[in-house]
Design a binder for this molecule. Sequence first.
Ligand SMILES: Nc1ncnc2c1ncn2[C@@H]1O[C@H](COP(=O)(O)OP(=O)(O)OP(=O)(O)O)[C@@H](O)[C@H]1O
Length: 259
Amino acid sequence: MSAASLTLAGASWRAPRGPVILQPVTLNLPAGRVLGVVGPNGAGKSTFLRLVYRYLKPANGAVLIDGEDIWTMRARDVALKVAAVLQEQPTDFALTVREIVDLGRLPHRGGLVRSDARDAAVVSAVLDRLDLHGFAGRRFGSLSGGERQRVMVTRALAQEPSLLVLDEPTNHLDIRHQLEVIRLIRNLDMTIITSLHDLNLAAAVCDDILLLQQGQAMGFGTPDEVLADDTVSRAFGVLARRERLTPSENSHFTYQLNI
Ligand SMILES: Nc1ncnc2c1ncn2[C@@H]1O[C@H](COP(=O)(O)OP(=O)(O)OP(=O)(O)O)[C@@H](O)[C@H]1O
């Protein structure tokens, strides 16, 4: 497993027989970076993520992973490189946690081939990593929202991707599990693309930020470059002020309605 670079070369998306939802985006993310995708509701964050994990095909331009256009690659080869944890959770509630996590191994074996010892070892290792071993035999449907979210992260890690896409990964999680997932994101040896609503979290966790507003990229760069008070205020339609907390030097945004 190693990290992969991501390039968007003028990639845009248009709804079928509808308007352009995402205007052309061009960016180059070196391998191993953590990219946070931020912006108000309806800005196009999920659409951007769907282009990256090859769910949506760009109307124009291309998405490249390690320099290769993902739409000229076989779907299975993309699945060997890219895993996604989405807001929508699977409905196979009758499966056990171990069975759900084992589904992450599917791209590594052809068709109906059964799990082998290596698959079992990877599944056990990722269950341990997310502290879910005690849940392995539980039915997915019997878990809480936060436990399900951790299972979905675990399944994605079982895929051993080089690029991990996360849609609001801390949703449903209590404070401790939020911190654990954030620490995990920072420590993974892969490229991460994550949408986040919490700008404080985005500034603390991400190497780079893509700010979207009404389907347009308003900024791409380090959190300090992109998340300036006036830019955040304009994008979200609020008065935003960023302070530095001492001694951590972490950013802390406060907001008020500008009426
Ligand atoms: N298939 C579609 N057909 C028409 N409109 C769509 C389609 N998919 C998305 N949209 C619209 O495109 C816009 C961007 O949607 P998207 O889900 O990417 O936003 P988002 O930034 O993830 O929003 P949120 O923060 O609310 O989750 C929204 O206005 C949405 O209604």
